[in-house]
Each structure stands twice: as structure tokens, then as C-alpha cells.
Design a protein around this ligand. Structure first.
Ligand SMILES: Nc1ncnc2c1ncn2[C@@H]1O[C@H](COP(=O)(O)OP(=O)(O)OP(=O)(O)O)[C@@H](O)[C@H]1O
Length: 336
């Protein structure tokens, strides 16, 4: 700063209180400054009062002696970020750090360099500093305070249609992945296997008959898989155990009652097979009659842990990998 007039010294001192650095463009030595005409003798630059200067350099925690204070504070802040970023790297569940702190905006350049060095990504979204394990987009709607929050209500019929299309898409993915795993695992009768060529039906999502065919084909596949499991040594052993449970003697009566009634109440002693066996009787009979993929079973349990245990048990009784067969994804806990 060069040679300020005496009257200006006071103002310069005030400038420091506003945390303007020595070489900040607002100060009088900066070329091309414009001065307010009536205060020009006091060297008050117009930009002194600009929102930028205030916004950028007016943190309450610093009062005077900006040069020293800013430097130490920045170092402390950057050190703190080093620690925060290393914690982020160590954490398995956290993906990013979001900060709305003004000092982090001020130190963004250093924070960004730090992120790069640590193999992380960073971005400044308006007034929000984000450091992340994954690359960040140019815009984050969730961090945009000015974004209008609107709730869109769609008609139920449209919602159903979208759900149907999504379900159809998921079925196609399942079918294609099964196809990729190999047709050779299960013997499919040739006349039944040639009923759908999905590759020829790429535009037919809205066609209900294609959906029907997809489900039919899936049902056949399920029947083949079920028979293959029941004939395998492990499957036979499991079937023997299941036959020993008290509920097995009631199987036919139960299936008839379920088929004839909208609602039935079944009671039986603990461990007789109400939870693990009865849903399977329904599923097996539907699969055996070629309607397996049309059948949805929801099994509720009062606790998440018991829902998981039942799903695990049923999948092992059926020789199916846990969580990979849609029908057992539906063993859900209703009350957790
Ligand atoms: N996780 C498991 N591991 C081994 N065997 C199991 C398992 N879960 C159930 N079983 C066997 O299956 C049988 C039937 O269990 P299931 O849970 O279907 O009975 P339940 O009638 O629903 O019992 P509860 O009235 O206690 O709920 C049990 O008696 C047990 O022998």
C-alpha cells in the first residue's frame, strides 16, 4: 500500500478490520480504481463496499490483523480438512462431505488441491463445498436452495402402467440373464422354448401379450428348475425332511382351502411348518401347473432378523441362491 493520506490511514485501518489483504484489488494502489467523487480525497474506492468484499472477508471470527489471522486460520482449516478427508476415505458408508461453511468456500482452492492429492473429487456448488469419493456432476439439485420444490401427482392408472413397464423390463433382464447362464442346465421341450423371440419384440413393451409370453416362458423355466432340484440328491434329502413336518399331512387340504377362499386362517403348533412350508406349497403347486411366474407371495414377519432367517431357510430348501430369485425377495418384514 503506498503512501495513504493521514485521513485515509484511519480508513485503511478499518479496511484491515474488514479483512482486506494487503494486495487486495479494493485497495487504493490498485490500477484502474474508480472513486466516489465526493470522497475521492479520502481514497475510498467504490469497490470497498461491494458485496464481494464483505461476503468474502467478513467472517466474524476474525476482527483485526487480517494478514496473520487469515494465514493461521487457513492452515488450521486445511489441516482439519486433511483429517476429515482421511476419515472419509476410511469410512465405508460415507461417500461425501458437504459443507456450507463460509471459511471452506474461502479455502476451496486448497481443499480442492488436497482432494486431488488424496484421489478424491471436489466441487463448489454455489455456496456449498462438496468432497466426494466419486466424480461429481456440474449441478446438484439437492444442494440448490433456489430450486423450486414441486410435488408431481400422476394418475393412478399411469402409475400402474409405469410399474407394469418396469416389471416387464425387469422380467426381460431376468430372462436374458438366465439365457446367458445357459439353456443346457435344464431340459426345455423344443416346442415350448421357441414361443418367444424377445429380440424381435423390442418395441412391444406396451403389448400385454408379450408380457404374457415372457411370464409363460419364465414359468416353464421355473418348473424345470424345480424338478431338477427335487431330483438332485440334496433336493431329495431336503424333501424328506419337509415331508416329516406336521404341515405336510395337511398339504392337499390346505391348497384346496386356499383355492376356494379369499381369506383363510391357519393355526398350528410351533415348528409345524406354517411359515416355511405353506407358502412353498402354494408356490410349488403354481409352478407345477405352469403358472409360477404369475404367482406373487408376500410373507411378513414381525422382525427384520426373522424375515431374513426365513428367507435364508426357504431359499436353501428350494436350492436357490438367496436374494437372486424374485419370489424370495418378497419375504419381507412388515413391522420393522
Ligand atoms: N433356519 C432354520 N434352520 C433349520 N431348520 C429350520 C429353520 N427354520 C425352520 N426350520 C425347520 O422347519 C420347521 C418349520 O418351521 P416354521 O418356521 O415353518 O414353523 P412355524 O409353524 O411357522 O413355527 P412358528 O409357529 O414358531 O412360527 C421347524 O420345525 C424347523 O425344524
Amino acid at each position: 500500500m503506498h503512501n495513504p493520506k493521514p485521513a485515509a490511514s484511519f480508513l485503511i485501518a478499518r479496511l484491515r478490520c474488514l479483512h482486506l489483504p494487503k494486495n487486495h484489488p479494493s485497495l487504493p494502489h490498485t490500477p484502474n480504481l474508480r472513486f466516489q467523487p465526493f470522497l475521492s480525497s479520502l481514497f475510498i474506492p467504490t469497490r470497498l463496499f461491494s458485496p464481494y468484499a464483505f461476503e468474502q472477508f467478513s467472517d466474524d471470527e476474525y476482527n483485526c490483523d487480517f494478514e496473520n489471522h487469515q494465514a493461521s486460520s487457513t492452515v488450521a482449516n486445511v489441516d482439519e480438512w486433511k483429517w476429515k478427508l482421511s476419515m472419509l476415505l476410511r469410512s465405508e458408508k460415507d461417500q461425501e462431505i458437504v459443507s456450507r461453511d463460509r471459511k471452506d468456500r474461502r479455502d476451496y482452492e486448497q481443499i480442492s488441491n488436497l482432494c486431488k492429492r488424496m484421489g478424491l473429487y471436489s466441487e463448489l456448488f454455489g455456496k456449498v463445498v462438496v468432497a466426494s469419493k466419486v466424480p461429481l456432476p456440474n449441478y446438484r439439485p439437492d444442494l440448490d436452495d433456489k430450486r423450486p420444490q414441486r410435488e408431481v401427482v400422476i394418475p393412478l392408472s399411469l402409475q400402474r402402467r409405469v410399474e407394469g413397464l418396469l416389471q416387464e423390463h425387469v422380467d426381460r433382464l431376468h430372462l436374458n440373464s438366465e439365457k446367458a447362464i445357459g439353456e443346457g442346465d435344464y431340459v426345455t421341450p423344443p416346442d415350448q422354448d421357441k414361443d418367444i423371440d424377445l429380440e424381435e419384440n423390442t418395441d412391444s413393451f406396451v403389448d400385454g401379450s408379450v408380457m404374457e409370453k415372457v411370464l409363460q416362458r419364465r414359468s416353464l423355466r421355473m418348473r424345470n428348475m424345480q424338478r431338477a432340484w427335487q431330483e438332485s440328491p440334496e433336493g431329495k434329502r431336503m424333501l424328506e425332511f419337509r415331508k416329516s413336518l406336521p404341515s405336510f399331512k395337511e398339504k392337499e387340504g390346505l391348497l384346496q382351502a386356499i383355492a376356494r377362499n379369499q381369506v383363510i386362517v391357519i393355526s398350528g403348533e410351533t415348528g409345524c411348518g406354517k411359515t416355511t412350508q405353506i407358502p412353498q406349497y402354494v408356490l410349488e403347486s403354481e409352478i407345477e401347473s405352469g403358472r409360477g411366474a404369475f404367482c406373487s407371495i408376500i410373507c411378513t414377519q414381525p422382525r427384520r432378523i426373522s424375515a431374513m432367517a426365513v428367507a435364508e431357510r426357504v431359499s436353501s430348501e428350494r436350492g436357490e441362491p438367496l436374494g437372486e430369485t424374485r419370489f424370495f425377495d418378497r419375504l419381507v418384514s412388515k413391522f420393522d
